[in-house]
Design a protein around this ligand. Structure first.
Ligand SMILES: NC(=O)c1ccc[n+]([C@@H]2O[C@H](COP(=O)([O-])OP(=O)(O)OC[C@H]3O[C@@H](n4cnc5c(N)ncnc54)[C@H](O)[C@@H]3O)[C@@H](O)[C@H]2O)c1
Length: 363
């Protein structure tokens, strides 16, 4: 008989609903508890989703006293650290929403808590479940591009600034660079095989978020709505990474990989004002190479699929817990991108290039 899993959800705002709905599709999972710091919100969430019998809590600490197999953490970025460390120390497996954390130190402590408790910490980057992401990784790691020396990634929304918890420094910790930039960084780093960053030089601004013309909560807007960073890695590789939540432009361009033998251009899927930034599926992949006596462009055939990426990540976590597998997207792997985001925030603040120090024992 299949083992039943008891799952809890911490933070019952916008994205928690997608976690709950994905769990509800699994006949071996029971969502038995939900928690939110806003009194009454967790109860309302459970009732609205028909989570029959689920207990509701106003603090995650109380909820973690229950015998749970795993928790989804869906709180704003800054509290990812505390909630996941507490959950891991309480012996729960953790599916944590992106971005992993705000600072590198927080991410390090989270990985240490996972190792000490021997419980899984997996980070919810659902685009990894697009089969074309695996294809992209295979192409780059096959050596087809030769020596990859430059990657440019990111993108921009002409207008697409969130509000609420996403724009407050004490809750979000960072703006566009962490919120949607983390997807672009994951695409680049996972494709490249997680190279080690050495330095970051970044610039950020918030001309749109702080302007009442463009944002209804301009007086509360404390994070960046635009950012750009140059990241140097070991082995003479550089990454240019740029993101905007708002700008007077239609696009900041595609993701490109330049190699000594070929180049690869990736565009995001979808249309509309929010599609200019890569935070979902792959729309096209084109290889640029010299063959047949001239410059050649080969459109890489995409794998047609109907994978619900978000559901796939939640189901993979549940299956991994049920089957005792390793974390599908281990926190340890995401330490590298967290080191870059940490470097971006420090560099932008200090207005100069900064070094990135990764804890040797964890990488
Ligand atoms: N993977 C995705 O596609 C995706 C999409 C949107 C958001 N997210 C991520 O999910 C997280 C939450 O985003 P959201 O849109 O749901 O935000 P939200 O503001 O709608 O909801 C967050 C909820 O967490 C609660 N909360 C805050 N601190 C808490 C704590 N310590 N314990 C319990 N509850 C707490 C808040 O009261 C709120 O109800 C963010 O980190 C965001 O980046 C991921």
């Amino acid at each position: 008989m299949t083992k039943r899993l008891a799952i809890g959800i911490i933070g019952t705002g916008g994205i928690a609903r997608f976690h709950a709905e994905a769990y509800l599709k699994l006949d071996y999972v029971d969502v038995v508890a939900v928690a939110d710091v806003v009194p009454g919100r967790a109860r309302q969430f459970a009732d609205s989703l028909g989570l029959i019998g689920a207990q509701a809590f106003d603090s995650h600490e109380e909820m973690l006293k229950l015998p749970l197999d795993g928790v989804s953490i869906c709180t704003p970025n800054v509290s990812h650290h505390r909630t996941s460390v507490d959950a891991l120390r309480a012996g729960k497996n953790v599916l944590l929403e992106k971005p992993m954390s705000v600072t590198l130190q927080q991410a390090v402590e989270m990985v240490e808590a996972s190792q000490a408790s021997d419980k899984m910490l997996t980070i919810g980057f659902q685009p990894r479940y697009d089969p074309n992401m695996k294809k992209l990784q295979e192409i780059v790691q096959s050596g087809r591009l030769g020596n990859v020396y430059y990657v440019e990634t990111g993108g921009g929304r002409r207008r697409g600034m969130p509000g609420g918890t996403f724009i407050r420094k004490d809750l979000a910790g960072a703006g566009a660079m962490a919120d949607i930039g983390c997807y672009s960084l994951d695409l680049a780093l996972n494709t490249l095989g997680h190279p080690r960053p050495l330095t970051v030089s970044a610039f950020t601004s918030n001309h749109f978020g702080t302007n009442k013309l463009y944002h209804p909560e301009a007086d509360k807007f404390e994070v960046e709505d635009f950012g750009i960073a140059l990241v140097r890695f070991e082995n003479d590789l550089v990454l240019q990474f740029k993101i905007s939540w708002a700008m007077h432009m239609d696009t900041l361009g595609p993701t490109i990989f330049l190699g000594s033998d070929a180049g690869l251009k990736i565009t995001s899927a979808g249309t509309g004002p929010w599609s200019g930034v890569w935070d979902g599926s792959i729309g096209s992949m084109t290889l640029f190479h010299d063959d047949f006596g001239g410059h050649t462009e080969t459109r890489v055939p995409l794998i047609e699929h109907s994978v619900n990426l978000f559901q796939a990540k939640v189901h993979d976590f549940a299956e991994a817990v049920r089957d005792g597998r390793f974390a599908p997207i281990p926190g340890q792997q995401i330490l590298i991108q967290q080191a870059i985001i940490d470097g971006v925030l420090r560099s932008a603040d200090q207005r100069r290039e900064v070094s990135v120090e990764l804890p040797a024992s964890l990488i």
